[in-house]
Design a protein around this ligand. Sequence first.
Ligand SMILES: [Ca+2]
Length: 418
Amino acid sequence: MKIVKVYNGERQTECGGRFKGESSGRILSPGYPFPYDNNLRCTWTIEVDSGNIVSLQFLAFDTEASHDMLKVWDGPPENEMSLAELSGSLLPEGIHSTLNTVTVQFETDFYISKSGFAIEFSSSVATACRDPGVPMNGTRSGDGREPGDSVSFQCDPGYELQGDDKITCIQVDNRYYWQPSPPVCIAPCGGNLTGSNGFILSPNYPHPYPHSKDCDWLIAVNSDYVLSLAFISFNIEPNYDFLYIYDGPDSNSPLIGSFQDSKLPERIESSSNAMLLAFRSDGSVSYTGFHLEYKAKLRESCFDPGVVLNGTRLGSDYKLGSTVTFYCEAGYVLQGYSTLTCSMGDDGRPGWNRALPSCQAPCGSRSTGSEGTVLSPNFPRNYTFGQTCVYSISVPREFGKLIHSYSTQEFREEICIK
Ligand SMILES: [Ca+2]
């Protein structure tokens, strides 16, 4: 092994070392800021005064992602108390030990090297547990960090908690730590779903799904119900990765469709009370995957028609023959039909007889009421150029007109009040 020695004004940047009883110092990758060598294995041990802890602060970090790894342990590596495994170019967050010793190991492979890292360590006295953080795709309740305090965790819909949902701050002598370790929220590969609604996410969503995976989700509800599946996002490798959806509990049931590519499929409805979703990924190339929502509904009724933007809905009975009516907020005009009726469709399934209306801000209007709202076309989205919109407001002669506020973004566009 070649050890690069560069004097950088503080200490030689060697491959590994031992710090004992120092209250602060720096660890640099060999040769830093010049690229480190291939085939390195450097180990640094930092031991601070008994009863203290070690904090690591990253000043710079750049290694070959997934190949040149920096590992950090609480205590010696044999204890298997890993604090971090890092690579890539993202500057890591600070790391804090619970013991008075930290081991840092840097291993590089046989090719490609980057500038490496500069880490500052310091010694301090712990008086409480560290901030346990908030898991990605989840939330935390509770802020206590004193010994005996507990905090709990919950994952966003579709994610599964890995670990315990409740952790407690423990003190043993001068050591403070969470028992057990804070959990994470992951999108699982398959599962059994029995709730009346829920979400299905491809494994690792919103990050790319893993290669060579067979993930099966079975949705099964009471036999009086059928299922609808809406695609919120869908992006898988065309021709090689597939999502098969069956109208029933297993792959002998009728195939509703095999889906691939990134075109968002239409909503799917089952005729049975179960649906099997089988996801198959091949050995290379993966995309972000999918985010689906399912809902169960009584056989003889329509699905929840949803809501319209800038509008409200009256009616929450979706049985055959029921109606729902949509209204727009002030200043918006309803496009389409306001009332939808749940009727039996040509396919023998109940469905709404018309498409959902929308609420649009029109270009120009005529108002006569004592108060009202005038919106630019497409509000709150951008208006299109080249339009002249006349909004005529008439009130009885004895009243004046009071216009509260207006704004346009560009000087070539004007509001002219006569
Ligand atoms: Ca490398």
